[in-house]
Ligand binder design. Sequence first.
Ligand code: ZN
Length: 91
Amino acid sequence: MSLHIPTRPSWVCAGCSYPWPCHTRRQELLAEYAGARVSLSVYMATCLLDAMIDLAHDRSGYLYWRFMGWWRDQPVREDPPPRKRWPRRSI
Ligand SMILES: [Zn+2]
């Protein structure tokens, strides 16, 4: 369980007081969602929608980048495709 959770309605990190998701939480999220980029996008989109309600005075472009933009260019480790197994041939 991370200590770097958002406090609402300010969306400031409870662990380090930086805007959430802070650098630490971003690294944790990349590790937690390794190989699950779609799940990370759904989670972050849900957070973005909640933040847009709480932070209605903030610019939507900034909020979008804050919640969705930071991880889109990050390498999220995808699980490698399963190896093909060829049947053994008897010699
Ligand atoms: Zn933090």
